[in-house]
Design a protein around this ligand. Structure first.
Ligand code: AMP
Length: 449
């Protein structure tokens, strides 16, 4: 089964007169987590309303549509999926009617036992509309023999494994749940007299919400009108936060797992300069991902920072193109060097990661063609050697260049003069973390589930 809930953003707004509008703005702030589809479900105490479609948040919604999303609670989702499938059925929220009424769910993460659960449900006669593992939850909740929805949700999450930050809406309540490892982020805040939960705190800043705390790993929060959120510890927390959120995925102005993402990336850059120094004339980031680390590298090394590669912001992320030719072209469409800055210069180029090697090779070629005399590639994370099964879109191991080549071979492939990655320890130190609290599987192959 394809898993399509990767790298998404979720939001929930509870007890606020402009719930769907705030959900809209929260999704807009988190657009970087998924550009393929967007959706919001709202509830007015009697009925749930859902609008979802392919496209960016601003393309899916307008004032008229938001006006139809009535009520003081709303949940929302932006979806990022691998290429080749853009069915509207795979957009979220997932909405369903069942014996207790109506429910809607949004999900960030990947369920690792999704296929087993789905096969068992299908054997018992369940009918699925989409390929999303999130639909499993709807069935598990609907089929649970518990009477209360809260107990049914607990029943359902006990049957699933993997990474999930979930927000549910019933006709009168909102629920937020994070898996025991807290793989994907989820924060709780206060907005007006109500509450907000969101993948990233950059959403809180936009809607004027006040950060309270993270939803704890293994915690279920229940929101009821006029009450403080009720917390149920469904699982003992065993944190294994996705470290790649710090490396690449989250927005620098967000706080994730209680720490600011920009500061983490800056520290990675400083550490990289200590671990992998090289003589050069300037430090150049691959925008936008490489910028904070490049500033850190430049400050630590004393080598000037220059924005010598420009980025065209009207291009989506290059990762999603299905063929290699398209990926090559898209890198050129997205990034272009400032020739006058780099002619005759030795460059240290900083990017957050190398996946297939396409981007790095194109960049080195572009910079050399523009007159750079040396290009030293420095990566502010360890080699990406293993795919992610918990919600980040990485290709299979055979396509991961660092899984199949040595450092020297990768350096030759990307045609750089030297190549240096941040060490795994260096990364952990940069994020003030211990290995036991983070999932580093994409860099170490140490899978938790
Ligand atoms: P590649 O060309 O395959 O080596 O991809 C490397 C580029 O993709 C880097 O510039 C990264 O910032 C970016 N990147 C890394 N991981 C991801 C991901 N999961 N989704 C989209 N882009 C990514």
């Amino acid at each position: 089964m394809r898993s399509l809930n990767e790298k998404c953003a979720v939001v929930g707004i509870f007890d606020h007169p402009q719930a769907s509008t705030l959900a809209y703005f929260s999704l807009h702030a988190q657009q970087h987590r998924g550009q393929e589809a967007a959706g919001i479900s709202s509830g007015n105490g009697k009925k749930l309303f859902t609008i979802k479609d392919r496209g960016l948040v601003t393309q899916v919604f307008d004032n008229q549509k938001l006006a139809t999303l009535q009520g003081s609670m709303a949940i929302g989702h932006t979806r990022y999926s691998t290429a080749g499938d853009d069915s509207i059925l795979d957009a979220q929220p997932v909405f369903a009617r069942y014996d207790l009424g109506e429910m809607a769910i949004v999900h960030n993460g990947n369920l690792t036992n999704a296929k087993e659960v789905r096969d068992a449900l299908i054997k018992k006669g369940a009918i699925f509309q989409s390929y999303m593992d999130t639909e499993n939850l709807i069935h598990l909740i609907a089929k649970s023999d518990q009477e209360q929805l809260t107990d049914r949700i607990i029943d359902a999450v006990r049957k699933i494994e993997g990474a999930y930050s979930l927000v549910f809406l019933s006709r009168t309540k909102m629920f937020a749940m994070r898996d025991a490892h807290g793989f994907r982020p989820l924060s709780l805040g206060r907005v007006g007299d109500g509450y907000v939960v969101a993948s990233e705190t950059c959403a809180f800043d936009l809607i004027g919400a006040e950060y309270i705390r993270e939803v704890e790993p293994g915690e279920l929060l229940i929101f009821e009108t006029g009450k403080a959120p009720q917390s149920i510890k469904v699982f003992e927390p065993t944190p294994k936060h996705c470290i790649f959120e710090y490396v690449y995925f989250a927005r620098p102005d967000s706080n994730v797992y209680g720490q600011n993402v920009y500061q983490m990336r800056h520290a990675m850059g400083r550490k990289l300069a200590l671990e992998k120094p090289v003589e050069a004339d300037m430090v150049v980031p691959v925008p936008d991902g490489g910028i904070p680390a490049a500033i850190g590298y430049a400050q630590q090394s004393g080598i000037p920072f220059e924005m010598a590669i420009m980025r065209n912001h009207y291009i989506g992320r290059t990762f999603i193109e299905p063929t290699q030719e398209m990926r090559d072209l898209k890198v050129k469409m997205k990034l272009s060097p400032i020739k006058n800055m780099i002619q005759g210069k030795r460059l240290i180029v900083i990017d957050d990661s190398i996946v297939r090697g396409t981007t790095s090779r194109q960049i080195v070629r572009m910079l050399k063609a523009a007159g750079a005399t040396e290009v030293h590639m420095r990566i502010s994370s360890p080699p990406t050697t293993d795919p992610c099964f918990y919600g980040v879109d990485t290709p299979d191991k055979e396509k991961l260049i660092a899984a199949n080549m040595t450092n020297a071979e990768i350096c030759a492939f990307i045609e750089a003069d030297s190549l240096g990655y941040l060490s795994n320890n260096g990364l952990l130190e940069s994020v003030n973390g211990k290995e036991e609290n983070y999932c580093t599987a994409c860099f170490t192959g140490k899978y938790i589930i």
